[in-house]
Design a binder for this molecule. Structure first.
Ligand SMILES: Nc1ncnc2c1ncn2[C@@H]1O[C@H](COP(=O)(O)OP(=O)(O)O)[C@@H](O)[C@H]1O
Ligand SMILES: [Mg+2]
Length: 248
């Protein structure tokens, strides 16, 4: 199984700080391991079979495979939405299955998640969507303001801060969801088919933003079934087929 070796280019975050020394960013190193992981859902579906994977800090990994092959399940195991039936999921030396309650919540704060369907709050503005989670987590107003502008700038949406989601294109909405995922400077970013609903130009924009975050030191794992995009990206690729992982 792959041991992938993309190197961290720099450890500076979008907010000009080390990824690992933020007040709320914690000291997670975002090293990810799956050790002989099998996931069987309660209805008997085998979503992953004896999967082994190691993703080092600072890597940018693409996970490809047809619909139903187990890509989303793999990401869900990484942020603890699902637990493995067998084997271990380790993120920064921490066995995800051991986390519950507050420890699981704190763990999830250190992971940014981007979904195919954006999951924005329609009655809140772009800025409000981005800062919502920080507010809920008790960040000070000053700290929220300090983070908001550079984050919106990074995703090219500073001028749309006061717009509502339905006033934005699909590509812009996905960039809001990326801004929301990264505003807390998570050292690990998981994106589940983030380009699934986008045209090639917007897809490429999204990938470039994720690449920029990776250049700031974040570990990035992206699922996609877009083979053209995979070829264009030139990142390490792991293929999932019927729940089995292989290096492409
Ligand atoms: N909550 C669930 N309960 C039962 N089966 C599921 C559940 N989630 C996913 N599956 C099944 O597990 C397999 C892998 O699904 P998924 O990880 O979503 O694949 P992908 O993201 O590659 O499309 C599929 O056969 C799917 O139907
Ligand atoms: Mg999926």
């Amino acid at each position: 199984m792959p041991v992938l070796t993309t190197q961290v280019k720099t450890d500076k975050s979008v907010h000009g700080e080390d990824c690992e020394t933020q007040q709320h960013g914690s000291n997670i190193t975002a090293k990810v391991q799956l050790q002989s992981v099998t996931k069987t859902y309660t209805n008997g579906t085998h979503a992953l079979l004896n999967a082994n994977l190691e993703v080092k800090k600072g890597e940018f990994l693409l996970i490809t495979g047809p619909s139903g092959s187990g890509k989303s399940t793999l990401l869900k195991l990484l942020y603890g939405q699902e637990l493995p039936t067998q084997g271990e999921v380790i993120v920064d030396e921490c066995n995800v299955a051991d986390l519950q309650g507050d420890r699981l919540s704190l763990f999830r704060r250190r992971i940014g998640i981007v979904f195919q369907d954006y999951k924005l709050i329609t009655q809140r503005t772009v800025a409000e969507n981005v800062i919502f989670v920080l507010q809920a987590q008790g960040y000070t107003r000053k700290e929220i303001q300090r983070r908001l502008e550079p984050t919106l700038k990074l995703v090219g949406l500073l001028s749309k801060a006061d717009c509502f989601p339905d006033q934005l294109s699909g590509g812009e909405q996905q960039r809001v969801s990326i801004a929301r995922a990264i505003v807390g400077t998570p050292p690990l970013l998981l994106a589940d088919e983030p380009t699934g609903n986008l045209d090639p130009d917007n897809s490429w924009q999204v990938i470039q933003i994720l690449q920029k975050l990776n250049s700031f030191g974040a570990t990035v794992i992206v699922t996609t079934h877009d083979e053209q995009l995979v070829r264009r990206c030139n990142h390490p690729v792991v293929q999932v087929r019927n729940g089995r992982l292989s290096r492409k």
